[in-house]
Design a protein around this ligand. Sequence first.
Ligand SMILES: Cc1cc2nc3c(=O)[nH]c(=O)nc-3n(C[C@H](O)[C@H](O)[C@H](O)COP(=O)(O)OP(=O)(O)OC[C@H]3O[C@@H](n4cnc5c(N)ncnc54)[C@H](O)[C@@H]3O)c2cc1C
Length: 433
Amino acid sequence: MTSARYDVIIIGTGPAGLGAAFHLSDLNPSLSILMIDREKICSGGLLNDCKQNYTYPTGFAEENWTRAEAERLLPLVEEKLQPTIKEKQNLEIYRKRAQRIGVTLLDIRQAHVGTDRSRLLIDRMMSELTARGVTIVLGKEVTDVFEHESGAGITIGEAERVYGNNVIVAPGRKGFSFLQQIMERLKIAYVDNHVDIGVRIETTLENYPIVRDYYDPKFFFPDGVRTFCTNSGHARVIIEKYQDFSLVNGHALSEEQTANNLVNFALLKTIGLKDPVRSGQQMAVYLGRLAYEIGGGKPLMQRVGDFRMGKRSNAETFNDDLYSAFRPTCPVTAGDLGLAVPAKIMRHIWGAMKKLDTIIPGILHPSTIMYYPEIKMYANKPAFNDEHFRVCEHIFMVGDGAGTSRGITGAWASGIRAAEGIVGLRQTTQREP
Ligand SMILES: Cc1cc2nc3c(=O)[nH]c(=O)nc-3n(C[C@H](O)[C@H](O)[C@H](O)COP(=O)(O)OP(=O)(O)OC[C@H]3O[C@@H](n4cnc5c(N)ncnc54)[C@H](O)[C@@H]3O)c2cc1C
């Protein structure tokens, strides 16, 4: 590190951190900025799939954002990410079918980069930031954030201290315990009462052809269930490893790659917790561990055909007749979701799948796979002191980890809001009635 003191220190090089770094240097090119990440590759969640949604409220935490505020910042996000917006077809047909059974289909401006090409995008971002004089340090873990007489600073590893005037903390969802630890130590109040729990569906393109018309269709079903993060073309389900459990997720390669003819997407139910159980994180960990135990150290999968018959799936039956269409794209244990998913969540997800099959017949084909658990733990929300996500005089918390966003564009926009707070630009917009 070239300097022991910076105007701004940014923890995390994901979209929230990048949004802050770019905007700070746009507003004041002479600021000294340090970006630090524990990973050896810069980027955070930009590295996976990199679908970008440019329509509010997708990707934004509505309690922190008005439409006007999101729409003010989304063009700034777009200017830096330079997306190619995808065309949509037959939207009205799907919308009408959905409306008839009480389902809403949102019309979202979207772009898709693909995991194989996202690295190029990240390299471009890094070169631009380096050219602007931003110091980027990778492969170093921040263990603490502290306040000092004239600002705030960070501790790296055991004891290396770096001082700054301001610190932006943007550690993403995987940084939830780090964030919690800092909030406890700095006595910052926080709430953690929401969590999204659900399954990832994997099927063939023939069973879910809407993706040819609308890359990532956003359906909202009754009972708080929605589709989320659809991937197609060359798509795979992947495992996200946590300390004592694993979750599933999905991504796809760019359209330039040979298609594997599969689609995957999440069906998530939002759970709002009230007294006496109030920690979404804790609920996620308990459910994650339960599935991990039942799956023998791996997530679970069950074919729709087996689920309907009330029997578990078996690895041996993967090649039988109707199930032979495709094999799971990630290492999981064939079993019985009913043993691991809370009954109410399973009932609501199954209800949503039946409605989806009415709108786009095919998804309930017996070969369709349901993977579990897919859980989004982004509800570690601090009490913010202002509209710039300030939590102490010189400390800001943004992105999915702090609950200000739920996706790449929202995270980037959150970083911009923190940057505006630091440079003292108070761009407030009219609150919607
Ligand atoms: C498989 C997968 C696919 C996804 N696909 C999409 C998609 O297509 N579209 C979309 O909008 N969203 C997608 N997401 C979600 C998206 O990645 C996040 O919404 C977004 O990255 C959040 O940005 P962030 O900056 O808040 O956090 P992150 O992108 O998670 O970045 C946080 C960074 O902080 C670093 N960090 C954490 N703790 C520390 C520490 N103590 N010290 C130093 N560094 C630390 C991490 O290493 C990480 O690089 C996907 C997520 C996954 C896992």
